[in-house]
Design a protein around this ligand. Structure first.
Ligand code: SAH
Length: 358
């Protein structure tokens, strides 16, 4: 009989466990196991990234969305949302402010808003690259065609975040209306990787109907896909969605998964998410101590932040960015890490040439 400590060591050595070992580990860790997991995960992240924690400036540029995902506060069907879009100039202003504060990655996230054509997004990416030449641009604008993704890449976009949400088709169908499928989602992720983006996938921890088996499927999916980034945070209900009465994901489950993902994908860029900071006042600090190495302060204008509400209780909606940054830097330092300016690319990643450069 193996102990959980042995399972953790085995995961660290082989980067993978059997289904059965994952199942036991995910459901039976005691305090001592947990400490061993986090300590091992910290050692692995420090081997590759030292004490650095990378800062990404998040710009929530539109809350219009054509999708109706059951968990998400900005779903099309939520009539209580006051919708907004940032103009190109407003987006550039966010980046200029962020740049002065030493941000070198800008993450443009939004609902799936077709107001922004491929060419429009490409123009925004080019505009950011021109103003902030040594910065990385990350897009998180959902499912589009391979051709669209190629247009974004050719415009200079570096990274793309698209969570698979769950790799199990029947669980996927419980979280999304039928026009959204895991097959399309995975096709998008494959296209993004193939085109040459640094790609992030991920899940919500404790999403409604999620089973331990679902989580194990997601771990195997991530192991095979080898993402450069993984975004995970607890599911948190939003009062204007069909999941308003569902339970939130837990702190412990999220921290365990962060530790496990760090051991499975040693070089992965792994954020301690805002959702984690929302379910516990020091959730992000605990996330960093469990293996995370990225935080994403909000660079959106303060006036729109509360309108970009994916779940109830979102933190940092009112703070000026300077205060936000000071607060986060303090939080990072409080657990022994160093807030780090710079692009913070995946170690060893080489960008393919753009088609237009050849
Ligand atoms: N439209 C983009 C951005 C989505 S928002 C896209 O499709 O990728 C980014 C992530 O927030 C989602 O992938 C989802 O995992 C998470 N999210 C949405 N609603 C949430 C909720 N209620 N609780 C926690 N996370 C949520």
């Amino acid at each position: 009989m193996k102990t959980n400590i042995e399972r953790i060591d085995k995961l660290c050595e082989n980067r993978i466990l059997s289904r059965k070992d994952f199942a036991i580990l995910l459901t039976s860790m005691d305090n001592e196991d947990e400490e061993h997991l986090f300590k091992t995960a910290r050692a692995v992240r420090e081997k590759y990234y030292g004490k650095k924690v990378f800062l990404r400036g998040l710009i929530e540029f539109t809350n219009y969305c054509k999708n109706d995902c059951y968990y998400c506060g900005i779903r099309r069907g939520n009539k209580n949302v006051v919708r907004y879009r940032l103009s190109d100039e407003e987006i550039f202003d966010c980046c200029d402010n962020g740049y002065k504060l030493s941000f070198r990655t800008f993450v443009l996230q939004g609902g799936e808003d077709m107001f922004y054509s491929d060419e429009h997004i490409a123009r925004i990416v080019e505009g950011i690259k021109k103003r902030c030449p040594d910065s990385a641009v990350t897009l998180s604008v959902g499912e589009r065609s391979r051709k669209s993704y190629q247009t974004f890449f050719d415009a200079g976009a570096d990274r793309y975040l698209l969570r698979q949400e769950t790799s199990d088709p029947s669980h996927y169908a419980k979280l999304h209306p039928k026009e959204l499928t895991i097959e399309t989602r995975k096709r998008c992720l494959d296209d993004l990787k193939d085109i040459g983006f640094q790609v992030g996938c991920g899940i919500m921890v404790g999403s409604p109907y999620q089973t331990v088996d679902n989580i194990i499927d997601d771990l195997f999916y991530m192991h095979d896909f080898e993402p450069h980034m993984v975004g995970i945070g607890p599911f948190i209900p939003h009062s204007d969605t069909p999941f308003r009465d569902k339970k939130a994901g837990t702190l412990a489950d999220t921290l365990h998964l962060l530790g496990i993902i760090r051991l499975m994908l040693p070089k992965v860029l792994l954020p301690a998410t805002t959702a984690l900071g929302t379910i516990h006042p020091t959730g992000r600090e605990m996330g960093l101590s469990a293996g995370a190495n990225v935080v994403m302060p909000n660079l959106s204008p303060t006036g729109v932040r509360e309108k970009y509400t994916l779940y109830d209780g979102k933190i940092c909606v009112g703070d000026e960015i300077n205060n936000c940054l000071l607060c986060l830097e303090q939080r990072i330092k409080s657990v022994g890490y160093i807030p780090t300016a710079g692009r913070g690319d995946f170690i060893g990643f080489k960008r393919k040439q753009n088609l237009t450069d050849i």
